[in-house]
Design a protein around this ligand. Structure first.
Ligand SMILES: Nc1ncnc2c1ncn2[C@@H]1O[C@H](COP(=O)(O)OP(=O)(O)OP(=O)(O)O)[C@@H](O)[C@H]1O
Ligand SMILES: [Mg+2]
Length: 415
């Protein structure tokens, strides 16, 4: 990462300031990870991706909630293959809402060359599915191109999606050595492409869940030692409880807490540093998230419990797709309101929070009596907890004891 001697504590003001810059650099709340060594956990997904590349005719589709770490994995996993005789040629591109088939593949071709010439130069006009099959089939046996089509969910052009799926099928039939990996936000593969049996056979489905506490702890524990820093267990537990399985926040909390500790001239992060970091973490949360929360909680009526219902929802156990059952709110809400909180007390609130008037902060699925809900914006959950802490609606102890720490498996784990 950087060249400091972690065994030597900073001496001068300048040293401390430099250590703060190093801490800011060590964490990456705003960008995908670009180095496999910095990836916490995710071993099963990495193995699945590697196996996909190794099997000719196999391609993959990596999907999950927003912000769980899809791009980070897609960008870095290929390093695992290095060291073999083959040359890796990893080509990640981002799809854009207005892209059609030609535009997607032009981006790929611009990053590939054949016989010293840029592939895109060969295709001034349209690119057809067969051009892709021929070009990607033309690499030498020792080169393994890995084409990563990230943000696939953003493609609005339905035909482009279907054509890409069919092109992948053709590549598979022709035993082309290149591997295509589709990456996108989705609950299921069918949200990204039409599920034709023949296409699915050559596409390995790799769901990405939120990160489990152990993986989140690795994000912090894997970075602090290089800064010559440590963290108290309760501070780490608090960061994990607040993150709700979303690595972006673990980076943000880790980064800002380390900064607070260093400003205090300390090398051990304490829970008070995590608490002191909250205002800055709130500031760094997207304006859209803050506005949506505000809209959901304004009410003319005194004593309404929308804020407490949302806090309970932010603490509730969710499944792999982020959904919780109404009953999961009962325990935290009872603790927050200091009175019994059966589902009947807040069922209507959940419904209202899924409607236009309250900005649809929640999404509802299922039928009457079996509704499930989730936050439309996954990044909302930790924000609500930070906001609740700052405004005295909830205590740190309550967050730590009431936050569910595991997820009900729902997506297939057999991949
Ligand atoms: N395995 C990991 N270890 C450590 N940090 C991670 C890991 N995966 C993701 N992150 C961090 O989490 C944040 C989100 O990661 P990333 O951008 O890869 O997610 P994504 O699923 O592609 O998000 P989006 O759906 O918005 O495209 C980034 O700050 C990244 O640095
Ligand atoms: Mg991404």
């Amino acid at each position: 990462m950087f060249s400091i001697d972690p065994t030597k504590p900073p001496q001068t003001d300048k040293d401390w300031q430099q250590r703060i810059y190093d801490a800011l650099d060590a964490f990456s709340p705003g960008a995908p990870i670009d180095d496999l060594n910095l990836i916490a956990g995710r071993t099963r997904q990495i193995d699945s991706m590697v196996e996909t590349v190794m099997q000719r005719g196999q391609h993959a589709i990596l999907y999950g909630e927003r912000g769980v770490g899809k791009s980070s994995l897609a960008n870095t996993f290929a390093t695992k293959l290095l060291g073999g005789v083959k040359t890796l040629n990893s080509v990640p591109i981002n799809c854009h809402p207005s892209d059609d088939f030609t535009q997607v593949w032009r981006k790929v071709f611009r990053r590939l060359s054949s016989d010293g010439a840029n592939l895109a130069d060969k295709y001034q006009a349209e690119i057809h599915p067969d051009d892709v099959v021929v070009e990607l089939g033309g690499f030498s046996l020792n080169t393994v191109p890995i084409i990563i089509l990230d943000e696939f969910d953003k493609l609005r052009d339905h035909d482009a999606r279907t054509l890409i799926a069919n092109t992948i099928k053709n590549m598979s039939d022709r035993a082309v050595r290149a591997t295509v990996i589709i990456v996108g936000v989705a609950d299921s593969v069918s949200d990204l492409i039409e599920e034709h049996e023949s296409v699915l056979r050559c596409l390995r489905q790799i769901p990405m869940q939120r990160m489990v506490p152990d993986e989140l702890r690795q994000i912090i524990n894997g970075r602090l030692p290089a800064l010559g820093m440590k963290i108290h267990q309760d501070a780490l537990a608090h960061i994990v409880a607040l993150s709700r399985g979303l690595p972006h926040y673990t980076h943000l909390f880790g980064q800002q807490s380390a900064k607070k500790a260093l400003e205090d001239r300390q090398l051990v992060v304490d829970v008070k540093h995590v608490e002191a970091a909250m205002p800055e973490c709130i500031n760094q949360t997207a304006q859209t998230v803050r506005e949506q929360y505000h809209r959901a909680t304004i009410s003319q009526r005194q004593g309404n419990i929308y804020r407490e219902v949302l806090l309970s929802a932010a603490l509730a156990q969710v499944d792999d797709l982020g959904y919780f059952q109404p009953v999961a709110l009962s325990k935290p809400l009872t603790a927050l309101l200091k009175r019994e909180a059966p589902v009947s007390l807040y069922a209507q609130h959940l419904k209202n929070l899924s409607e236009d008037d309250r900005g649809k902060i929640l999404e509802q699925i299922g039928t009457d009596r079996r509704f499930r809900y989730r936050f439309a914006e996954p990044l909302m959950q930790p924000y609500i907890l930070m906001h609740g802490l700052r405004n005295g609606l909830i205590t740190r102890e309550q967050v730590n004891t009431l936050a569910a720490t595991h997820y009900e498996p729902r997506l297939s784990t057999e991949f």
